[in-house]
Write a protein that binds this ligand. Structure first.
Ligand SMILES: Cc1cc2nc3c(=O)[nH]c(=O)nc-3n(C[C@H](O)[C@H](O)[C@H](O)COP(=O)(O)O)c2cc1C
Length: 537
């Protein structure tokens, strides 16, 4: 079977950006993009590894997402809602045996254009080189899937210079129609120089980006010598020159992965369009290096603490940072101020339990800042619940003259340790559920209808209620909500924080209510660490 390649030659590779159906839908009108690949889908749901799941190495990345995926049944439930799309949809699948690949293929067949067999994940034992370097397994898996479907099959191979051509030939002989190369290089360990410890929770990860380009080119040349089928080349592509190099090596389509880090959806679309036209466009600088700070001051209650660090960070209100506690984990936090860095942390899980137990003089590792920001265009009314007080504290301190009112709420007084600091800036109205501070009630009970803008931050139900009330006074495009989703990478690559096709870490966290209200996720659905869509209770 000869497969027809798209005229638009760029590809989003598996595991990068287009990892949920809503993101895929949003990307389908990207000019220059011919193929959108899903994240690798297995038979069963997998949460993947705990954060940190990425680490920056120069301009490249090491990742160990750990094949997080909602499982094939859940994937189909969602993809059904959008399939077919305007581009070629290639579904990446993985399994531990030929039988698993076949079972997934049978379920998937009606909801994909091409299938990519991922025989090369370097950071989950048994799913990478163990399969992809075995002539017997490659032959068995590919021929079993070939017997199951007439759809085009691409085989994604591990980077194995000197051997990859041989394996590619076996895959094509067994019935594959094309080869994708290369996957990330690994497993390898990347130590953080400040603490001399591996950054990734899985310790081992796979390297991607510019650091692997030459090896990718070697692999593609070798594959091209052995087989006469389409090759999707990837590994460090970010410029027209890279595409030329991959074309000369023998690739027909070109995957752009790590180069997309830090890009909002609009930026990503224009970047891909420009690249497809042979033009270079700027890429955002993504601050991936951890910096060490000392805790200068800490106060609050057992459950909620304010931490003041001994340094500053160039950032604007609304932006967030990741705090990494080696051997425990990493979580994102909104900045409550940038100079000195101020964080508001509520005890929820192991990482926040550790952070809330830290004392003055202890050290803390931070990467960032990330996300978009909010600068008031006119006078602003600030409304926050619980730890949602953090960004409004930053706005109030940075844009004091523009603040019309500050309203905060929480379960009780112990959730609001920034109250006094806010009061030093201006009047603050408070509501607590137990009446321990301010009036007894919810912050939405005390919202006043004013002109200007509103900025809301807090639990999603509160955001909706507040925005609905505020819509009576101002247009929804003047109401800004800082939204929260499960974040893993924070740089727009993994897609775990998807919300109606936007990635909260790069398209947000500050999103106008006029956009949020037309989606179906806001207030209704969030995603679990595996990427499964779950109802917000
Ligand atoms: C965060 C991340 C997640 C990835 N997840 C997958 C995956 O699930 N399946 C897969 O086949 N490749 C995965 N890859 C590999 C990419 O698809 C691609 O092969 C690799 O990153 C090389 O391209 P690049 O240098 O342009 O990023 C992942 C890469 C990254 C950085």
């Amino acid at each position: 079977m000869k497969i027809e390649l798209p005229n638009e030659k760029l590809v989003i590779p598996s595991g990068i950006v287009s990892t949920t159906s809503d993101i895929i839908k949003v990307l389908e009108d990207t000019e220059g993009l011919g193929v959108i690949t899903t994240k690798s889908i297995g038979l069963f749901e997998r949460e993947g590894y705990k954060e940190p799941v990425i680490a920056g190495v120069g301009g490249s990345l090491v990742n160990a997402i750990g094949l997080a995926n909602p499982g094939i049944d859940e994937h189909i439930k969602e993809i059904k809602e959008i399939y077919p799309i305007k581009k070629i949809l290639m579904t990446s699948i993985f399994g531990s045996s030929a039988e698993e690949f076949v079972e997934i293929t049978m379920k998937l067949e009606k909801y994909t254009d091409w299938i990519e067999l991922n025989l090369s994940c370097p950071n989950v034992e048994g799913y990478g080189i163990a399969i992809g370097s075995s002539p017997k397994l490659v032959k068995e898996i590919v021929s079993s899937v070939r017997d199951t479907t007439d759809l085009p099959i691409f085989v994604k191979l591990p980077p194995m210079p000197g051997y990859i051509g041989h394996i590619a030939k076996i895959a094509i002989k067994a019935g594959a129609n094309g080869i994708t190369a290369i996957n990330t290089i690994g497993p390898l360990i990347f130590l953080n120089p400040l603490v001399d410890k591996p950054i990734l929770s899985n310790i081992y990860g796979g390297l991607s980006g510019i650091a692997i380009k030459e090896i990718a080119l070697m692999c593609i040349r070798e594959i091209r010598e052995k087989v006469d089928v389409p090759i999707i080349g990837m590994g460090g592509i970010s410029t027209p020159k890279d595409i030329e190099d991959f074309k000369r090596a023998g690739a027909n389509l070109f995957g752009i992965g790590t180069a997309l880090m830090g890009m909002s959806t609009d930026k990503l679309k224009s970047f891909i369009k420009e690249l497809s036209l042979g033009r270079i466009s700027d890429r955002p600088k993504v601050p991936l290096e951890y910096k060490e700070f000392e805790i200068k001051e800490v106060w609050g209650s057992d459950t909620t603490k304010v931490l003041i660090l001994n340094g500053s960070i160039e950032a604007l209100p609304g932006q967030f940072v990741f705090v990494w506690i080696p051997n425990i984990g990493e979580k994102p936090f909104s900045l409550a101020y940038n100079n000195p860095i101020t964080l508001l942390v509520k005890k929820v899980g192991p990482v926040t339990s550790h952070i809330t137990s830290l004392r003055e003089g202890d050290k803390i590792l931070i990467r960032g800042p990330y996300g978009n920001f909010y600068i008031p265009n006119s006078n602003v009314n600030l409304v926050a619940g619980g730890t949602g007080v953090a960004p409004i504290h930053f706005i109030a301190k940075a844009f004091k003259d523009k603040v019309s009112s500050i309203l905060i709420g929480g379960k009780n007084i112990s959730e609001l340790p920034l109250y006094d600091s806010l009061r030093e800036i201006t009047d603050v109205k408070v509501a607590t559920e137990d009446g321990s501070l301010g009036i007894r009630g919810l912050v939405t009970d005390i919202i006043e209808l004013n002109n200007g803008e509103y900025f809301n931050c807090g639990p999603e139900k509160m955001l909706i209620k507040a925005s609905e009330i505020e819509s009576k006074a101002v247009s929804p495009c003047k109401i800004f909500c800082s939204v929260e989703r499960y974040m893993k990478c924070g740089i727009g690559i993994c897609g775990s924080c998807a919300l109606d096709g936007l990635r909260t870490c790069v398209d947000g966290p500050v999103i106008p209510y006029s956009i949020l209200k037309i989606g179906k996720d806001f207030g209704n659905y969030k995603r679990s660490p595996s990427g499964r869509r779950i109802k917000i209770e």
